[in-house]
Design a protein around this ligand. Structure first.
Ligand code: MOS
Length: 643
């Protein structure tokens, strides 16, 4: 609405404000728009030959060249050189994108929004409406799922705020499910040439990955395909990676769980399976042969890498040794049975955060961070760890979040929120303890004690060497005549990445049954074995990983945002026609954690929100090949491709 140009089919061109939803819907049905048509770029296939290298991919070069990978490929005897396609996927959180905007006066604004990034949204709003950031308050106390689709702000939020300003009354705007498809956008579709060549004993001599993805002409979000495990997972004598972009006039791309990693892992982990079959080597063994000693591109040491242990434990639980290497071996009537495996991978992310802690004389504590909780367990984990660090029972610690008036925190994205906040909360608690020791009276058993001399337990600080000598928080605060103590901290830019190559790893094991007559694919067993540092809360972590594996099953078998390329309009903009897995599609998902702490991260933890989706589509494709002898390189695996 900043110009008379329309950039994509589905772009909002008007906002109707009414007293009721029914009035607004009826009024919208009366709007007629006249267009002057211009040529639009709508077909990825038609334009992919014109793909260009972007200047950078998230700050990294868009190309990596080590040795002469094309020549090595040509000369090698054992090789696989194929093209893989992924489709467009919508994040499809159950909660619709919703906003309520209230202007207190011309320069003070409160916005309730279902956002994954309170701080980012607050700054965006301040910029767009030319407001002082402290005059903008964003509230997102609970968010019903996001998966990346609520990381950025889209037209709906900003238009709601503008509408409220226009009529000087609060306005609520909820996108319909169809509206989310048209406005929020999709994961970028990709074409990925993936070539691997090996010596007869399985060592990679050439590793090539050339991807093309669709971006839009009017906005920006690329999938960092070439940053995936392509740079970190496997050793190879030579390597050539590049990622190119085609610009289309469609709805913008949005981040969707594990951007880049979900996409690239499909092609890479399929290609390894293809080569393993050709070499007659077990696919896990082929990965073991190509385990790098150090990061294969940067040369840095890995901070913590137990991928092969994840495979060992997963294989044992799954019963991998009973698998037949040749396709079409086990059969149960019409059903062919196959097993497949693939590596899961995601890079560790931590960013600066702030936190406030208040300790009260009744021995309760309140931790405050403007964090986002979408059901991942963010609040639970922070309470758990703050209680442990404070030596207080969990029911005496509370966690306030979801409000931009609280100390700002990073967005809930990149699987980095929990460790980023943990580092800030741990620092705040340490400073709190230091401050408490400063308040100690001369006749206290803690007199003269330093932070190193004490531990927090039983509601106070106690000397490490003399277990019964210490004081409760209540006593410390009362002696000092204080009702409470408040500490606010910021953490600096983390430095652990500068020294180490830091990632999460996993091994996905899958069993499928494919109907030999109809091509129907059923997933019958799943084991995911993960190396994600220390697991802070097994229950919420397991739930995160299961949910992500289910999204991966959707990516492999069902999900596909379809465009009419004549009009650039999404034709299946509803959950009735954009299929996601339902309960009957999902077997019991067995999740194993190695639970090996990484000594270079806060509490030894890593992110767990996104890794679960990676490798899933490849494990399924590999299992389908093992069942049927048919290799699917275009997702989703619909029935027609198996007949
Ligand atoms: Mo995730 S796509 O960083 O929400």
């Amino acid at each position: 609405m900043q110009s008379d140009e329309i950039f994509w089919n589905g772009q909002p061109v008007a906002v109707i404000i009414a007293e009721t939803q029914e009035q607004a819907d009826y009024a919208a049905s009366l709007v007629r728009v006249e267009y002057h048509q211009e040529e639009a770029a709508l077909s990825f296939d038609a334009l992919k030959s014109k793909a260009e290298l972007p200047p950078t991919v998230y700050g990294q070069p868009p190309e990596v060249n080590i040795g002469d990978a094309e020549t090595e490929l040509k000369q090698a005897h054992f090789k696989s050189d194929e093209v893989y396609h992924t489709s467009r996927y919508n994040p499809s959180a159950i909660e619709l994108h919703a906003t309520i905007a209230t202007w207190e006066d011309d320069d003070t604004l409160t916005v309730y929004d279902s956002t994954q990034s309170i701080s980012l949204l607050k700054n965006t709003i301040a910029q767009v409406f030319d407001l002082a950031p402290e005059k903008v308050r964003v509230l997102a106390p609970f968010v019903g799922g996001g998966f990346g689709g609520k990381l950025y702000s889209y037209n709906n939020t900003l238009l709601c705020i503008a509408a409220a300003k226009h009529i000087r009354r609060p306005v609520k705007l909820v996108l319909s499910r169809e509206g989310i498809f048209r406005v929020v956008g999709t994961r970028a579709p990709s074409e990925q040439r993936t070539a691997l060549a090996a010596t007869a004993d399985g060592r990679f001599v050439s590793f090539i990955h050339k991807s093309i993805q669709a971006e839009v002409s009017h906005g920006f979000h690329s999938e960092p395909i070439s940053l995936h495990g392509l740079r970190h997972l496997y050793a190879s004598e030579s390597r050539a990676l590049s990622q190119k972009v085609v610009h289309l006039d469609t709805v913008a791309n949005t981040p969707v769980r594990a951007p880049g990693d979900a996409t690239a892992s499909f092609a890479l982990e399929s290609a390894i399976d293809e080569l393993a079959y050709m070499l007659k080597v077990d696919p896990i063994e082929l990965r073991r042969i190509n385990e790098p000693a150090n990061d294969p591109v940067s040369g840095a040491s890995f901070s913590n890498r137990n991928l092969m242990e994840a495979y060992r434990r997963g294989a044992e639980r799954f019963g991998w040794k009973y698998r037949h290497a040749e396709p079409r071996a086990p059969r149960d009537g019409q059903w062919l049975i196959g097993q497949g495996v693939a590596t899961a991978f995601h890079s560790y992310i931590r960013v600066p955060s702030s936190a406030r802690i208040c300790l009260y004389s009744d021995e309760t504590a309140l931790v405050q961070v403007a964090a986002q909780e979408m059901g991942m367990g963010t609040a639970t984990v922070q309470i758990q760890y703050a209680a442990q660090q404070l030596g207080l029972p969990m029911n005496q610690v509370s966690f306030a979040y979801g409000d931009s008036n609280l100390p700002l925190s990073p967005l809930a994205g990149g699987s980095g929120q929990t460790v980023s906040i943990l580092a800030a909360v741990a620092k705040a608690i340490e400073q709190l303890h230091q401050e408490l020791l400063r308040l100690v009276q001369d006749d206290s058993p803690l007199a003269g004690a330093t932070l190193q001399d004490v531990e927090a337990r039983d509601g106070g600080l106690f000397r490490r060497d003399k277990a019964d000598q210490g004081e409760t928080y209540a006593s410390l605060l009362q002696q000092a005549g204080k009702s409470h103590l408040e500490i606010v901290v910021d953490t600096p830019q983390p430095t652990e990445f500068m020294e180490y190559s830091m990632h999460e790893y996993g091994a996905q094991f899958c069993e499928v049954r494919v109907n030999d007559v109809t091509g129907e694919v059923r997933i019958t067993r799943w084991v995911g074995s993960f190396d994600c540092g220390r697991i802070l809360n097994p229950k919420t972590a397991r739930s995160q990983l299961r949910g992500a594996i289910i999204m991966g099953i959707g990516m492999a078998l069902a999900e596909d945002t379809l465009f009419d390329e004549r009009q650039g309009r999404i034709v299946n903009a509803s959950l009735a026609e954009y299929h996601v897995p339902v309960h009957l599609d999902i077997p019991t998902i067995d999740v194993i954690f190695l639970d090996i702490p990484d000594e270079h991260t806060p509490f030894g933890a890593h992110g767990i929100g996104e890794i679960g989706i990676t490798g899933v589509a490849a494990a399924i494709v590999n299992a389908v090949f093992n069942a049927t002898g048919k290799r699917i390189r275009d997702l989703p695996i619909t029935l027609d491709k198996l007949l």
